[in-house]
Design a protein around this ligand. Structure first.
Ligand code: HEM
Length: 208
């Protein structure tokens, strides 16, 4: 497996953070409403992994190091895992496992429906992120995986709805997301690739 140690490091960091939060909750260090803090932290974690996964392609184009791409899938799968934990924490701590009230909540609080839409998108991406789906779907795989852009926008909308009074934090995530979407526009991504080509050519010339 390529870049095994880096992958292991990402795995260990991503897997241990929720346990650390649970530990903080157990020793009463998450404030008066630990359940809500866990829900919020896991939601933010999902967004951070989603943004990190989207950062890999521009980093590869800028640096020319193909290794970045090999972390993209892993980070995307962690975004899905954190989103699933976020939903589980919401059902457990905020709804007290009263599944029947989920429908009412979704109607009364549209941000829940928006969050569910984002999670469904992440599920479709995670389920088809394997080689078998790539082979089966062929050209349609790339089209399907463009779903990540609406998923990001919907997740940001979901967050904005929740953190209305603390828009500064949201603005930071939204700005990073906007830059990551902008660099995918052909008018921006082409010069980036050209820059990389020029760099490769000049280093070859310098060596010869
Ligand atoms: C069925 C799916 C989902 C449900 C039911 C859900 C539910 C919630 C709830 C209840 C809150 C706020 C709790 C509060 O502070 O009062 C919240 C906040 C949040 N959610 Fe979700 N969510 C879902 C999916 C997602 C997804 C897919 C993402 C990101 C990829 C996400 C990211 C966030 C973020 C960033 C926050 C704000 C956290 C903060 O205030 O620091 N959620 N969600």
């Amino acid at each position: 497996m390529r870049h095994f140690w880096w992958r292991l490091l990402i795995f260990l960091a991503a897997a241990s953070v929720p346990f650390y939060w649970l530990y903080l909750a157990a020793i009463d260090s998450l404030g008066p409403d630990p359940g809500k803090v866990l829900v919020d932290n896991l939601g933010q974690g999902a967004l951070v992994f989603l943004l990190s996964s989207l950062t890999m392609t521009p980093l590869q184009r800028l640096s020319g190091w193909a290794g970045w791409i090999s972390f993209r899938r892993q980070l995307g799968l962690w975004a899905f895992t954190y989103a699933l934990l976020h939903l589980s924490a919401y059902l457990y701590f905020l709804l007290g496992l009263d599944f029947s009230s989920f429908g009412t909540e979704a109607v009364e609080r549209p941000y829940i429906t928006v969050g569910a839409m984002a999670l469904s998108g992440l599920l479709a991406l995670a389920a088809t992120s394997n080689r078998w789906s790539m082979r089966k779907l062929g050209k349609r795989w790339k089209q399907l995986h463009r779903l990540v852009y609406p998923v990001l926008l919907i997740s940001l909308l979901h967050m904005l709805w929740v953190v209305r009074s603390d828009a500064g934090r949201w603005a930071l995530y939204a700005s990073i997301g906007s830059v990551l979407l902008l660099v995918r526009l052909p008018s921006v991504s082409r010069p980036l690739s050209d820059f990389q080509l020029r760099k490769k050519k000049s280093s070859k010339l310098n060596k010869s």
